[in-house]
Design a protein around this ligand. Structure first.
Ligand SMILES: [Zn+2]
Length: 116
């Protein structure tokens, strides 16, 4: 069970919320000028990191307001919650939060390391 602290209502069970996917995805200014490939990437492609992830949530069974959260996808720990009009926190603020429960590397299944 995950407890999420709505910035408007306080702590509630995760079942009261809906995840809205990646936060801070900016709609292109001139979508008609984009290629089909670029438009498709904007509409369908999202990051799916293991570790720190900025995402949108809505308190769908409460105040119905949207907000952003920073979550460690390895542990499901919510590291920070902030309102939409607040500034995105820097990722360096969470650099000490990247350990998974089993000590796995930041990328991969734990049995190997992906080189970029
Ligand atoms: Zn709320």
């Amino acid at each position: 069970m995950i407890i999420i602290k709505c910035p408007y209502c306080g702590e509630r069970d995760q079942s009261e919320f809906s995840n809205g996917g990646e936060a801070h995805v900016v709609r292109p200014n001139n979508p008609e000028s984009l290629s089909d490939k670029d438009w498709g990437e904007y509409v369908f492609f999202r990051n799916n990191p293991k570790g720190i992830f900025y995402e949108r949530w809505v308190h769908s069974h409460g105040c119905k307001k949207w907000f952003n959260a920073v979550r460690n996808t390895s542990t499901d720990e919510i590291l920070k919650i902030y309102k939409l009009k607040e500034k995105r926190p820097e990722i360096t603020e969470f650099k000490n939060c990247l350990k998974s429960p089993s000590g796995e590397p930041k990328v991969g299944s734990g049995n190997f390391t992906v080189k970029k």
